[in-house]
Design a protein. Structure first.
Length: 287
């Protein structure tokens, strides 16, 4: 059970560059991956995305990869040969046309700095791909530990709410039995006295599924609560499954209060709904 919010960071250094990866996750209904990589790594962007999706299935994921060239490494001096040819050709033509003296030699290059350009060597895909993926993996591990820590706190809170739901379910079972017993006693009394008309509650009890019978709903409610308790112990993503179970629990509580609107039952249903809403708030943070 993991939270959808967390942060992880890692750095790695190769022969020519230092790689820094920052990863942050936020709440989101589906997987929303936002990735920023240097242009040198555009060719491996899909592999980076695949590595992230293998670890994270839900939430907004923001990953930033930065590359900084190590000083003195990978720098190269480039000569603009085309421009030099133009200089030389122009000087020779000027010498011939105007009868100039002297020879054109290498000193010309020193006086024309625009002929040279100091650039950064392109990052080799094979050279740095492994470094990038390794650093990304370390950052994602840090992120996962962060999400697991918060997930444990969420789990403790959800378990507290589940204990209350179990108590509510048990009390609803007791109230349902009392209601059923009272309705049956009223029906027996009416039949014994051979009364032509009876109170409304007794008349309802005469049907095969009288309004006060909440036994089936309470049984389903208990089953849903136990499934919820089991589900939050799973290691994988559970957020959507928990949300579905909460809808089922809410539905059973609504049905119970509709079929048995007696004050003790309504109070128990309200207590149960309160816990369902608290769990629902936490589910928004679960993967």
């Amino acid at each position: 059970m993991k939270s959808m919010t967390g942060y992880g960071e890692a750095a790695g250094q190769g022969k020519r560059a230092k790689i820094t990866v920052q990863a942050r996750t936020l709440n989101h209904r589906h997987l929303d991956l936002q990735l920023r990589v240097p242009r040198e790594y555009l060719s491996i962007e899909e592999e980076i995305r695949k590595a992230i999706r293998q670890r994270i299935s839900r939430g907004r994921v923001e990953v930033f990869i930065a590359r900084s060239q190590l000083r003195g490494q990978g720098r190269k001096l480039e000569l603009d040969e085309r421009l030099l040819r133009q200089y030389l050709g122009s000087l020779r033509r000027a010498k011939s046309k105007f009868g100039l003296k002297g020879e054109v030699d290498v000193s010309l290059c020193a006086s024309l700095p625009e002929l040279f350009h100091v650039g950064e060597a392109e990052a080799g895909e094979d050279d740095e791909k492994a470094l990038v993926l390794r650093t990304l993996n370390l950052a994602l591990k840090q992120l996962e530990r962060s999400r697991e820590r918060e997930g444990r706190q969420l789990k403790l809170d959800v378990q507290t709410q589940i204990r209350t739901l179990r108590t509510v379910s048990g009390k609803l079972t007791h109230e349902g039995e009392r209601i059923t017993s009272r309705l049956r006693d009223s029906l027996s009394l009416r039949e014994g006295e051979n009364l032509p008309d009876g109170p409304k509650e007794t008349t309802e009890a005469m049907g095969p599924n009288f309004k006060g019978d909440i036994h089936e709903e309470v049984v389903r409610l208990k089953a849903h609560v136990e499934e919820l308790a089991r589900l939050i112990k799973e290691l994988g993503p559970v957020g959507k499954k928990v949300d579905f179970l909460l809808q089922e629990i809410q539905r059973e509580l609504n049905t119970i209060s509709s079929k048995a609107p007696q004050l003790p039952v309504v109070q128990l249903v309200l207590a149960g709904k309160e816990k369902v809403e608290k769990i629902r708030e936490q589910v928004q943070n679960l993967e």
